[in-house]
Ligand binder design. Sequence first.
Ligand code: BG6
Length: 484
Amino acid sequence: MSFDLVLFGGTGDLAWRKLMPALFQAFRHGTLPTGGRIIAVARDDLSDEQYRSLIQSRFDSVDLAKRPSAEEFAQFATLLQYLRMDLSKTEDYQRLAELLNARGADSVVMYVATAPSLFTNVCEQIAAVGLNGPTTRVVLEKPLGHDLQSNQAINDTLRRVLKEEQVFRIDHYLGKPSVQNLFALRFGNALFEPLWRRETIANIQITIAEELGVESRGAFYDQTGALRDMVQNHALQLLCAIGMEPPINSSANAIRDEKLKVLQSLKPWTLESIGQHVIRGQYASGTHQGQAVPGYAQEKGVAPDSTTETFVALRTEILNWRWAGVPFYIRTGKRLAGRDAHIVINFRPVPHPIFKTPIGAANRLVINLQPKDGLELHLMAQGAAQHQTEPALSQVHLNLDFDQRFGAERVGAYERLLLDVIAGRLNLFVRSDEQEEAWRWVEPILQYWKNDPAGPRPYAAGSWGPRAASAMIARDGNCWSEDM
Ligand code: BG6
């Protein structure tokens, strides 16, 4: 199968940090279909050779194991071409059309890795020169809008010029092997399904903790905040994977229909529930790996009086037969105590205890997403204390380490997603109605915060976030996983 991959924003950060390394890995693994071209598009005046050298030099900052040898790069570079374009000029799209039409590849991928403000314009221009035919697929990175209205406006434009199945909205969390394993765990095993419900599960916690601060993205992040940057997309996609009903088959629409139902069933917010169940925080100065680090408001590009949240913790419920009454907690933030993304499924305690157990002991399934990747099943076992008159149990856990088991065979998120786009597989991409529903649900929180003079609560860099987040969950008699 021949393909042309047009990379708008070909000299940008995403192109050289994520996309080129991922394409190279696919090339090295032999999974990138042969007979492909990668056409990088940007404003700079570069020849193909200059562009190739630029990319080669960027590979110096890639992990050694993933860095091409000179010979490998020379082979990979034969796929790379460069096209100078001014994205506001129709005649430049005409030149692109000539380049693509001359070849007529089986699959044409337009990866729009530009500033979000250009997304709709690029799509309209592509259509204006007739490049929106059935072999074309358009890939869009988040953020697609900053609220429901702007997201709908983007989707309306896309619908005018493309069919839904031509649009590949990336949520890179769905490309992570650990997240795909969530689907495998739930729908490839009979073991958990009978237990996956309100009768046996007490509560569910989704944590995506980051150790880093905003790094060089202060100006962007200050307009965005953690709710838009992480909760509206990544965290809600994880919640969908945990909460959804088994789809009727593995087709993209069957999966997306079920995810949509979860989003539609999320408990609607009231002013009272937002006040009680949503905590926002902003990191103050603190430490990171033993070094003093500045607070968020002192970061480059951030307004000194910024009220942008770098942390969110919230409690919600899925209002359906399976989940009614089960709290789902979501927590994400920057500059937290560690980089750690995981999901904890806390099962209910035994109904009639005959053993002595540690306080609060119950079965628990921990799904580690990163940096660890695997499953831990916490069980009760009779340990060393056999001599006691009253039998006492202690907690043990079965530990399945997917990195150890599958290590070298695993495919990175962007590599997987790029191969899926080229092949036209939509399973791991987000449909417009899902995305809109997620915006609809977070929007009342954004509104509430706009009118709430209290602002985010400070937390020390290197901590687990504001104390209010622990108080919120403690009101239900629960605690976050690090305190279990
Ligand atoms: C991105 C956010 O979508 O995800 C970033 O914009 C965040 O702010 C990143 O750091 C986290 O991704 P990962 O793969 O490092 O967990």
